[in-house]
Structures are given as structure tokens and as C-alpha cells.
Design a protein around this ligand. Sequence first.
Ligand code: AMP
Ligand code: ZN
Length: 468
Amino acid sequence: MKIYNTLSKRKEEFVPIEEGKVRMYVCGPTVYNLIHIGNARPMIFFDTVRRYFLYKGYDVNYVSNFTDVDDKIIRAAQEEGVDSSVISERYIVECKKDMEGMNVMPADTYPKATEEIPGMIDMIRVLMDMGYAYAASDGTVYYRTRKFREYGKLSHKNLDDLQSGFREIKVTGEEKEDPLDFVLWKPKKEGEPSWESPWCDGRPGWHIECSVMSKKYLGEEIDIHGGGEDLIFPHHENEIAQSEAASGHPFAHYWMHNAFLNIDGQKMSKSLGNFRTVRDISEHYDLQVLRFFMLSAHYRSPLNFSADLMEAAKNSLERIVTCGERLKDAAAKAQGDVMTAAEEENMAAVDALRVKFEEAMDDDFNTADALAAVFEMARLLNSTVNEGSTAAYVAKARGTFLALTDVLGLEAERKEELLDADIEALIAERTAARKARDFARADQIRAELLEKGIVLEDTREGVKWKRA
Ligand code: AMP
Ligand code: ZN
């Protein structure tokens, strides 16, 4: 399995630190607003990476943080006149709803920066003891960038080039030894959340959060660290400087970065104001369509968002679901547990497409080619599964098809969702059964509905229902 490593700028064979295990950390969103579909790209892509490792039999420990202390969160809290935790907690809940809609598996751990402050203080203290950090008179703690010899190795930047870029922007009043130095801890300002520390009451810099959370939940050395390509510099470069200086080991073996989601040729971002939230999209489409759209391009290629491409994604996804439904119906009816000779041959062709899918995914997660293999398989299954198919063939073919769509996080069978009209009809039947004193039937209907997530409530005005 090959992974493109930003560190070496090459595809490298994946060798886990511990056999059969993958430890991965993906930088999560800053929670001050609903997530936009640019943020959704790393969520969907790295979830697919995780799913593929699971498919290959690896045990994956997946950690993704929420940055819940930050200038933008504080500003939003001040505007609403609430505590910043009200803002961050609200948008963490909303973000998790969106992730569920996009079929992103919950992380094994979702650390929050505000709950990891003691670990950050410890790491900063270690860096100070080793001479990698220093405190200014106002209590700001800086990282001594030039002391870390390998600084720039991820972003392939040269310190002197960086230095000349900084020469112009001299910030007055700062006691930095060098313009390249970055903040590990900063003093609080009036009305901001803060924590006690040996240097001043204040809060951590952004980069130290991820170094600490990754170390705590995955260990000092991890397999994969991921995020969008805007994080390469300075965020990930600084994480490396902090973590590797403190531990003396390499931090992450593979650094993976997704390219941007653009709109009209420009990066989609909150600051440019050209973003669409995942929630907006969910009003028009099943979020499976968004997921399909994201996976239709290679993750290292920029992807342009457009209404046309979303429509195309919707139609393509429909073909996958139609095939999934056909296989489901056939599985319910088919009989015979020995494949015919013709089916054996067809199954060999299905297996060959599974291999094609795996080859695409093994080649740095080429989801676009993997999807092409899924479509080829759907075509083959549509023409070879019919009334006369044996149960043996249908079961095996369906198992393969669903295993692959599941790697991509695409649900190939329609969710069994009851329509409002069906619910009302069942409630009317229950009311009639109760009138006829057929309580057994009435209870059965209530249980049936509950199983499908519909909760009934008997009130004086009649029966009310809601989706649980
Ligand atoms: P943020 O909340 O800005 O820290 O971003 C959270 C994650 O979303 C990071 O991994 C970013 O790199 C990623 N991200 C933000 N905007 C985009 C975009 N337009 N396209 C792809 N990834 C993005
Ligand atoms: Zn991070």
C-alpha cells in the first residue's frame, strides 16, 4: 500500500509502527460556526482512509480534535454575550450531526483543547527546560524555531527565505528573539477564557494543542497525521518542531494532506465568505451525494464545487443504490447454494474488479479509480443477477459489492425510512385496534414503529408521534 508523504514528496510503502495497527490523527475544525463543505473534504477523505485500513484488517486508532479555544470562538461568544464554551459546545454538537449525515465514523477519541491544558503546560515546560522555548516579560512563551535544526522539512521551506519574508512585518512591542519564533502560550486579554500557568494566566497557542493531544491519545510516535494542505505550514511544521524536540523521536511517519475544495476557482473559506455549509447542502441533497462528490476526485487534486457536479454525483450515486437494491431483492428470493458454472465465471469477474478497486486504493487512495471499479461491478451485476440466479452467487456478489461501497462510506441500499403517511396509517390502524379492544395488535404496532425510531405518545388530543 502506497501513501504520498508530504515529508518526502513521494509515494512510500506503508509500514506501520506496530504490525496490524494504525495510529492516525486528523486535525479537526475550529468550532465557531457550522462546518462548511471545505471542512468536510478532510473529514470524508480521512474517514475513507480509516475505512480502507479497517477493510484490510488493521486495527485503527483514529483521533480527531476540536479546537474549542480560539480568537474566532471568543469573538462569536462576545457577540452573543455568552461564554465561549456555549459557542464551542453548540457547534461540536452540530458538527457531529453533519458528520453522521456524511457517514463519517465517529473518532475513537475527540479531544478538546480546553480539556488538555495541563498536558500543554507540561510539554511547554519540557521545551523550556531543553532550551527550545523562552518566556517574554509579559508571560508569552515562544518556541525558538532556529534551534530545531530540521525546521522546514515538511513544508520544504528554507529558514532564510522565511526570514526575509518576515523582515517586513516587524511587530512592535514583541520580545521575540527571532521573527520566526512562534507562540506556545499567550497572556489572557480581558474577558477571554484563561488558565493558570507558570508564565502567566493565559491560553495555549494553536499548534501545541495538536502535539499534546496526539501524544496523549496515540503516543509520541504515530503512523499518519492528516489535514488540509493549508495546515502544512505553519501548523504541521510547528507541530513537528514541538513534538520532535520534546520527545527526540520522529513524530508522524506519514503526513497526508488533502487539496482544497474550491468554488469559482478560489479556496472555499469562512474568511472569503464564499462558503456553503454542509447544513445548506443537506437541505437539497442527501449528504451521501456530497460524500460521493468528494470521492470522485483524487484527494490531492483541487476539486471545484458546482451545482452541475452535485447533480452528476446524485445520478451516479443513484446507479450504485439501484444495483444495491437489485441485489437485496434478489437475495430475498434466490435459492440454491451451489453456483452454476456461468456464475462461477461471473464471480471471477467480480473478484477481478474487487482487485482493481484494491489496487486503486493501494495507490495512495485513488478513490476516483476505485469508484470506477465499483461502477464496472454494478454494470456486471445488473446484467448477471436475475430471477434465476442462485442464492450462492447473489450472496457472494452482494457481499463483495457492499464491502467495497462500505469502504467508501456509501450506503448502497436505501435506508428504510417510513414516510409520514405510512406512520399515520399505522397509527390509525392502532387506534382502531384499541377501539376493538385488540390490545395485542395495538402493542405490536407501537413496537414496530419504535423499532423504526418512531415514538408514540398518547395525549388527550390524540396520538402524537416523533422521530427518535
Ligand atoms: P479549520 O476549521 O479552518 O481549522 O479547518 C479544519 C480542516 O478543514 C483543516 O484540515 C483544513 O485544512 C480543512 N479545510 C478548510 N477549508 C478547506 C477547503 N476549502 N478545502 C479543503 N479543506 C479545507
Ligand atoms: Zn492540528
